[in-house]
Design a binder for this molecule. Structure first.
Ligand SMILES: Cc1cc2nc3c(=O)[nH]c(=O)nc-3n(C[C@H](O)[C@H](O)[C@H](O)COP(=O)(O)OP(=O)(O)OC[C@H]3O[C@@H](n4cnc5c(N)ncnc54)[C@H](O)[C@@H]3O)c2cc1C
Length: 389
């Protein structure tokens, strides 16, 4: 995006790409469909350790309707809104998005140097930069845009080398962590639920205080927990590990479950819980509460009912880590927002160096927000370069 915008304005741009072609992540995104944008945007859809005010100003600099018009009218990719609030190409093919961007790049006049990995960036005494590639090559330029992504999905070409180069040039680094990532459990009983999914409300607790919560689809995997609600909250686990994820199964509070169990009459514990939850999960939770599943609710002792209601409404997930960068959709942390000019995204530490996309310490939630950040910041850098003397 940065290269297209700057080259269209007549700037001599060279895109250097490790892989045979840029845009590997676009191709695998959204399950091969590319969730190119969200339908709506709010500042609460993003996280940064820096100034939320600056983050908002950057995000709002290219209104969502205009970003959408760029894709539909300029790149000629018809888009559709899905009820989930996500925007996809009508074709449901992520490669259409990647190819449209590559075509626009070629037509812009930018030069693409692919299969070339940059390993070091040096500031020249006379101004400008010297870039060193892994095959021993050198590239001289007046300005550099670091659009090298984060550390997630390293096989796509983004392995954190860009961030290390920014740090080597003098930038700070907000500690990085995998985000939007499935969580692991070493409790074999939970792994047996692999394939089960349901709606759940999950609260993040730190020192017995709720610091965030989300409701949505949760999925059990053969290694632990996934689904949108888990992915969106995973960053708390990967950042601090001192949090507890407390699940309200079926989205219900303790009183809702207590009432349901009290008023169930002749129904058995198993049939009452199964009415609201998938069978295998119901069996596991009843077992966890040490209650006999065949007992009628009317015969349940009060202590048993309270114990079961507690397990059903305030259950701490047995989480012991995440799948890490190998499967994380995005990287949290990165170059601090405060070290970049909000107007041009030029580094305040290294004049002539510009940054955009995931390398910056801004992370969006699931739903097209991370691409939105990449498109908006890419365009901002492209425009800044176009007007730079
Ligand atoms: C599996 C998966 C699915 C996703 N799905 C979605 C989705 O549907 N919607 C959404 O909004 N977000 C999605 N994301 C997140 C989104 O892909 C990223 O946030 C976005 O691609 C970041 O863009 P970027 O340009 O900053 O970095 P990247 O897309 O990572 O691009 C960086 C580029 O720089 C190149 N590079 C890196 N280092 C070097 C080097 N040293 N020398 C030369 N080249 C280098 C890389 O090869 C790569 O081409 C997904 C991510 C993953 C992993």
């Amino acid at each position: 995006m940065a290269a297209i915008i700057a080259a269209r304005c007549g700037k001599a741009i060279t895109v250097v790409e490790t892989r045979p072609e840029p845009g590997a992540k676009i191709r695998v995104s959204g399950g091969g469909r590319c969730n190119v944008l969200p339908s709506r945007v709010s500042i609460d859809d993003f996280h940064t350790e820096g100034s939320r005010h600056i983050m908002r100003n950057i995000l709002m600099s290219w209104p969502l309707t205009d970003v959408r018009a760029f894709f539909e009218d300029d790149l000629r990719i018809p888009l559709k809104d899905e009820p989930s609030g996500k925007v996809f190409p009508i074709s449901d093919r992520s490669r259409d998005v990647a190819e449209a961007l590559l075509t626009a790049l070629r037509q812009s006049g930018a030069v693409l140097r692919s299969s070339c990995r940059i390993v070091r960036i040096e500031r020249r005494d006379a101004g400008g930069f010297r870039l060193f590639s892994s095959d021993g090559g050198k590239l001289e330029c007046d300005r550099v845009i670091l659009a090298s992504g984060g550390l997630s999905l390293p096989k796509s070409g983004s392995d954190g080398a860009g961030l290390s180069m920014a740090v080597a040039l003098g930038h700070g680094r907000v500690p990085t962590y995998p985000a939007l990532v499935p969580l692991l459990s070493n409790d074999a009983r939970w792994q047996l639920l692999s394939g089960v999914s349901l709606r759940a409300r999950v609260k993040v607790e730190c020192d017995r205080r709720t610091i965030d919560e989300a409701e949505g689809e949760m999925l059990f995997t053969h290694r632990g927990f996934s689904g949108p609600v888990i992915l969106n909250l995973s960053r708390y686990v990967t950042r601090t590990r001192k949090v507890a994820l407390r699940v309200h199964w079926g989205g219900c509070e303790v009183d809702d479950w207590s009432d349901a169990l009290r008023q169930g009459g002749r129904a058995t514990v198993a049939s009452a819980v199964r009415r609201c939850l998938p069978n295998r999960l119901a069996a596991l939770l009843i077992d966890h509460a040490a209650v006999e599943p065949s007992v009628r609710l009317s015969e349940l002792r009060r202590t048993e009912r309270d114990r079961l209601a507690e397990v059903l409404s305030r259950f701490v997930l047995p989480v012991n880590g995440s799948e890490g960068y190998a499967t994380a959709e995005v990287t949290g942390g990165g170059v601090p927002l405060g070290e970049i000019s909000p107007r041009t995204l030029e580094s305040r530490v290294v004049p002539g160096l510009y940054l955009c996309g995931e390398i910056i310490d801004v992370t969006g939630r699931l739903g097209g927000y991370n691409f939105l950040w990449a498109w908006v910041t890419g365009r901002k850098v492209g425009r800044a370069l176009a007007t730079a003397s």
